[in-house]
Ligand binder design. Sequence first.
Ligand SMILES: *Cc1c(COP(=O)(O)O)cnc(C)c1O
Length: 462
Amino acid sequence: MAEEKEIHLPELIQQVVASIEELKDTYGSFQVHDSVRKSHNEASSVLRELTDRLENNFPYFHPNYAAQMLKAPHPVAVAAYLATMMLNPNNHSIDASPATTEMERDVLKQMAAMFEYPDDFLGHLTWSGTTANLEALWIARELQPSKKIAHSADAHYTHSRMSEVLGTTNVSIPTEADGRMSLDALETQLKTGSIGTVVATLGTTGLGAVDPLADIIALARQYEARVHVDTAYGGFFKLIAANHLTPETARHFAAMKDADSIVVDPHKHGLQPYGSGAVFFKDISIGKFYKHDSPYTYFISDDLHFGEIQLECSRAGASAAAIWATLKLFPLTEQGLGSVLLATRNAAVAWYERLKTSEVLMPFQEPELDIITYLPRSKTMSDLDEVSHQILMQASQGPREDQVHVATYLVQAEQLKQRGIEMTNDQSSARILRSVLMKPEHEAQVPTLHSKIEDLARRLLS
Ligand SMILES: *Cc1c(COP(=O)(O)O)cnc(C)c1O
């Protein structure tokens, strides 16, 4: 990188727009219809108004934004998405997307290889982790219509919500003090014989905890249950698990290859804009559940069209193109995209170390990935709740370059006690602080983030 010119997004945008305009010209010019012709200046002023209105946002792209799971896509993804969107292929069918259907097959293969899945998996991109998980749970229901779906109490709310949509019963399994699914509680449920599929979360949305997948799979097999892995957030940590996460966490990432289905969101840790989830099934025979007639769409090829194996119909070819281009620059290796995840992981470890020795802050629990949870050293639950909230509000005040954005997370008194944190229970729950350190730039920003939050805690603690 050092001596080469760095990426300059406006130039990349110019390049791809010019190339696509040239490509369009090769089909011969045509008169744009009066109904869609507008003055350039008018459009330009609307877009100026748009960019002005976009000021009303938090700076998701900036390392001082250390709150929710939000970051900007990589410039190469932006340029690839824009270029492809100008042609607007639809990865529903090969007819509607010969080039981007191929790119999708290519990126799916790369992701499946990352999970060490067999070559003959069935899978596709989706608009989101929610749709991807819906499909996995729907297949679970189709395979075992009378059985229940078990997930941990800290699983994403999508699992209980989609169980409702599907008309299946879901069972919530308690977590241990580290936020991972309790194996004892799971076994109790499995013993009833009523569980068809266990959902393991590798990287819970709240705490970034990794459910003990290797053990869950062993238990589930014993009781003839299936296992679905929701790793919408954590999936790409597979790239650094073996060498940079704890051996225990690594063991569970390694077990993904034995799961029946996997969901991952490239729009979380894959440098992509929204509209990018993915689902993988190991047993390709489940394809039969997708069977449907589409008199309008599948003509030019007898190869499998993505529309034949997905619940959604239209889906942006641009999403596939954006991932494809991104993975060219950031291959799914430890040195490729893995270096981005390693930096985010390092940021979490570094902040955790500072929190442990702070006089006014303390960690809620040790981070397993790159999400940290922490709290002011309050003496009562009510003070904890108020001080956490005030820190969140006050850290984001003032001139933009001084702002720090963090999030809060609601915990029960019991969860604090489980982690050895004692305080007066004058209320049953309280907000603590939470930061998703998902940008590699967070690694350099930790000292700044920590000292800002520490100063506020010092002033606000009673
Ligand atoms: C984000 C997330 C989801 C939901 O995915 P969306 O892409 O937001 O729809 C589901 N499960 C987990 C573990 C997540 O982190």
